[in-house]
Design a protein around this ligand. Sequence first.
Ligand SMILES: CC(C)=CCC/C(C)=C/COP(=O)(O)O
Length: 239
Amino acid sequence: MPSPKAKNPSRSGGSPVLGSSNGRYDFRQGSDPTTARLRCPESPTRRRALSSLLAIDLWLSKQLGVCACEDSSWGSVRPLMKLIEVSGHGIPWLAGTAYCLYKSDSAAGQEVMLNLFMGLLFDLVLVTIVKAVVRRRRPAHNRMDMFATFSVDRYSFPSGHATRAAMCGRFLLAHLVLAAPLRVLILLWVGLVGLSRVLLGRHNVTDVVFGFWMGYCQYNVVEMLWLSPQTLVILWNFF
Ligand SMILES: CC(C)=CCC/C(C)=C/COP(=O)(O)O
């Protein structure tokens, strides 16, 4: 059983996922720093179950990382995945929402855009905090060539793209009057953003799944703390 303190064999040229040097996947605990930190010493059964789940997560994520670089098995799809990555990036969403807020000539439109903008800021702050606390490394096969990242974006859990896509997807479906095909397109975009994170090798599957759940819950908070026009006037006068 490899000691959790031993250098992670996967970093020393062993199997890119779980450390065995002969390419077989070693599903024993301790192969991933997250496993070592999340270990529950008082419950060997829970510890084994958690380690197995994390080991399967690492293995599945490695299998799905088919666009991690140009010479990967699906390397030709990488440019499309990178385009989807940009569509879920924080900067285009913040800039686009700010532009719509500025151009909006109705109080209702300004109210919706301002609440979306505040939701995007809330998402950024929350993801930054969780990443800084969990400090899970990105998959070993990830090639970190994302544009405009924060220092915490070297960490993998949760996927900021997944939280943003889930939150914005819910927001658009709830606040925009859209024909059914457009609603389906939004749901498709949310799924593709999450899938692209794993295909590009940016994240493990659990990073994205938790990110979707977190973004879904973030929207509930946006609704609970919805800024009404009256609140906006008070805030505007205050500032
Ligand atoms: C610089 C701004 C405004 C946002 C950072 C967007 C970003 C790079 C998030 C990381 O997303 P993943 O955690 O899915 O890789």
